[in-house]
Design a protein around this ligand. Structure first.
Ligand code: NDP
Length: 327
């Protein structure tokens, strides 16, 4: 059983060399006698920024994945079933709390979508945009990390709602995707802007109604200056802040008060009850071609550490997936 493990605890962002591909001597072909868990073969793993905060020393990295049941002691799951949920960065995993797994019902879409548009990332975009921002037709929406796993969906949801959507990303290739693939009205490369406040004033001369926050830091400082009164900020993530060793104070927070902003953070796992409602919306949108999803596929467990760390330098174009096995 090959596994990706963290060699030792680290301060800040781990390096690729802090993670090790190890072959464990345990051969997992069957569950231990009397287990009511499930043994799964991992197929696709999700690279997510928060994983770096969750790693445990000498353990396979834990994260979301799509897997196939190989042996089951659970009444609702049987050998051959496809599931998505919390698993390990290894070829085979014993899942001791299988109630938390989702059985995959629709197999007419790429299975990797269940760690993207049809999984946690889709739900995050859905909850953070519709439930927190309550968007209305004609409103002005800004999305950061807009070509990523979550951002690309927020932009498309904004367009389906009839909003004006502007996205930002860190390369010109991503900016082209935003405009030509995801249908953003405008997009810009934030790394090429000297002054983010000036850039936002160019794209939103009348101000921003809705900001979907993925990055924090200087981008949020500039956005706060450009929010309209009664605007809404969905605080999904702040990737620029996760691995800072010293806290750098953020500016312009008083605009939250003066502009009566509704700024709300959320953890998608608290709203998983809305997953069936989200699936009812998402499956027809995919099947009718009204929404698209771009993935960045890394082949093999050995490619997982670099794929994970690439999220922090913007190497990924779209949702970062690691293929462990093709069924
Ligand atoms: P992405 O697929 O968007 O990958 C991360 C992207 O962030 C990179 O590609 C890069 O794109 C951008 N980025 C990296 N470092 C910086 C930086 N210092 N400044 C600005 N941009 C940066 O990731 P996800 O879509 O999976 O996640 C987006 C955000 O949502 C993250 O902050 C994540 O933690 C959060 N999240 C929150 C959840 C919740 O429940 N609240 C659930 C899931 C995700 P670029 O080239 O544009 O710089």
């Amino acid at each position: 059983n090959q596994q990706v493990i963290l060699k030792d605890y680290v301060n800040g962002l781990p390096k690729e060399s802090d993670m090790l591909l190890k072959t464990s001597s345990t051969i997992l072909l069957k569950l231990p006698q009397g287990s009511n868990g499930v043994l799964v073969k991992n197929l696709y793993l999700s690279c997510d920024p928060y994983l770096c905060c969750l790693m445990s020393k000498s353990q396979p990295i834990a994260g979301l994945g799509v897997a196939k049941v190989v042996d089951s002691g659970h009444s609702n799951l049987k050998k051959g079933d496809l599931v998505w949920g919390w698993t390990g960065w290894e070829e085979y995993t014993i899942i001791t709390a299988p109630d938390a797994l989702f059985k995959i019902q629709h197999t007419d879409v790429p299975l990797s979508y269940y760690i993207g548009i049809l999984g946690m990332h889709g739900m995050t975009a859905y909850y953070g945009f519709y439930e927190i921002c309550a968007p209305k037709k004609g409103e002005y929406v800004f999305v950061s990390a807009a070509s990523g796993a979550v951002g690309q969906l927020v932009g498309q949801f904004a367009k389906l709602t009839g909003c004006y959507a502007v996205g930002t990303a860190g390369t010109n290739e991503k900016v082209e995707l935003l405009k030509n693939k995801f249908g953003f009205d405008e997009a810009f490369n934030y790394k090429e802007e000297q002054d983010l406040d000036e850039a936002l004033k160019r794209y939103f001369p009348e101000g921003i109604d809705i900001y979907f926050e993925n990055v924090g830091g200087k981008m949020l400082e500039a956005v706060l200056l450009n929010m309209k009164t009664n605007g809404r900020v969905s605080v999904c993530g702040m990737i620029s802040q996760y691995n800072l060793n010293e806290e750098e104070g953020m500016r312009n927070l008083s605009h939250i008060i003066m502009k009566r902003l509704h700024m709300k953070g959320f953890i998608v796992g608290d709203h998983i009850n809305l997953y069936p409602k989200y699936m009812e919306m998402a499956i027809p949108l995919i099947n009718e071609g009204k929404i698209c999803y771009i993935e960045d596929i890394a082949e093999g467990l050995e490619s997982a550490p670099a794929a994970l760390l690439g999220l922090f330098s913007g190497k990924n174009v779209g949702k970062q997936v690691v293929v462990v096995a093709h069924e």
